[in-house]
Design a protein around this ligand. Sequence first.
Ligand SMILES: [Cu+2]
Length: 124
Amino acid sequence: MKTMPSTTLALLTLLSVTPLSHADGMNMNGMNMNNMPMSDSMAEPMSKKVHHAIGIVRKVDTANSRITISHEPIPSIQWPAMTMTFAVQNEKQLNQIIVGEKIKFDLVQSAKDQYQVTRITPIQ
Ligand SMILES: [Cu+2]
């Protein structure tokens, strides 16, 4: 008689629903940006103000037009240094980008708590 211990089945079920990677979860929500000192007095209407930043490329996701960057502090939006994933405005921006290289990039607010990369320039 063939028996499979129910504990084994339970374990397999658990494993199958465990996320294999947290890399894609590194967005603004995951970073707990809500605790950052973005004061209400600084609240301004969503503008197309361009912010400039410098960082190291950690991941390039051309299929989803996303780039993960360990960026330096960005004083204009009061961000500390962190690693996070951005949507890029045009996936062609990712064509020449290599993981590990240092870049300067521009970002513009695209929605509440969301910023989109509008330009990427490798730094020699
Ligand atoms: Cu950030």
